[in-house]
Design a protein around this ligand. Sequence first.
Ligand code: ATP
Length: 437
Amino acid sequence: MSEIAKSTDFKSLGLSKWLTESLKAMKITQPTAIQKACIPKILEGRDCIGGAKTGSGKTIAFAGPMLTKWSEDPCGMFGVVLTPTRELAMQIAEQFTALGSNMNIRVSVVVGGESIVQQALDLQRKPHFIIATPGRLAHHIMSSGEDTVGGLMRAKYLVLDEADILLTSTFANHLATCIGALPPKDKRQTLLFTATITDQVRSLQDAPAQGNKPPLFAYQVESVDNVAIPSTLKTEYILVPEHVKEAYLYQLLTCEEYVNKTAIVFVNRTMSAEILRRTLKQLEVRVASLHSQMPQQERTNSLHRFRANAARVLIATDVASRGLDIPTVELVVNYDIPSDPDVFIHRSGRTARAGRDGDAISFVTQRDVSRIEAIEDRINKKMTEANKVHDTAVIRKALTKVTKAKRESLMAMQKENFGDRRRLQKQKQMDSKSMRS
Ligand SMILES: Nc1ncnc2c1ncn2[C@@H]1O[C@H](COP(=O)(O)OP(=O)(O)OP(=O)(O)O)[C@@H](O)[C@H]1O
């Protein structure tokens, strides 16, 4: 990967031998810039704010030193990692488990949508690491009465992965509960990581920290090239009339360049994700979806199918925009443009990871122009127009079958009472109108 520092290896950064061997078995031998910047300082005992582009190896930047220190005295609770989404927590837990498997590591995943009883039992077994979403961990803390959950009071590390979003008001109460159950700041190390450092994260640099030293601030975006997305990520747009977006998407996913490629399509609403999934399925695209209205078991199965390439296309809301590491993804489609440019950075960062190439294509309707401008300002790069779907005759031909598939999907959803009936009815009426016009 481009950010790899050639002359340094993980051992010289201070990671223990067993861990460098585990990393080597995963073909990870040369640290990236963020790993090089953070690992020695975290090992020294410093707090750390780590900002680096998507896919640049931030997970190992915090997991490496934590696992090294843990292995010096591997008993009882050692560290807590908080993340905003369940799937990301599961992924990080898998990484800790894989890296520490030779050392009999015990990792508990504490996320919403899974059995509370099972998690409580798991926590009683005194894990070494807890990887959690704040809401569910707060639930366990609040319902545990006098007992400390999983030995949290002895934790030596707290990591906020995707720190910028964890520090927003959405998570404030739960985060406060989780932090309240941990040792005070001067008795633990606090590590914050994200690809999008916000002023709120930056301001923590000035907060008094352990030993009165400010946290190390390793921000690898500005220092490298001022562009907030990986250099291997190609960002393009397609101008799309609102009422034919589905037909454009179908054309794009089945065009010569992308027909065999793995893609994530991001939408802004759950309803759109469900409609698109059903429509593309009718059109025989191997598709799965991921959104917050799905039961957790379905969410897990969907992601599993996608990771295993049983589904080639994942239709997702922003539950999938942060942290997910699926190296085979070569295309991200922003089917709806997010209002927050940082969301664009995270979504698009699901491809072009670890030095690989990837394309992010945004569907731009008349209403999205100002959003695209804000994104271009934020990433400090202009998007180019994609010429993949341009033949109007082809689109018109696709439109007939796509509209039919969508209508059938909407009818099925109505029958199953999916979501809000009224909205579905309105959508159906709008579609018949656009068919007639
Ligand atoms: N030094 C390295 N050399 C090669 N590959 C690496 C290295 N470090 C990490 N990776 C791999 O790079 C990929 C991306 O790493 P990771 O998921 O930690 O990225 P990230 O910076 O946390 O991204 P995001 O901001 O999207 O969460 C992973 O598949 C990881 O195994």
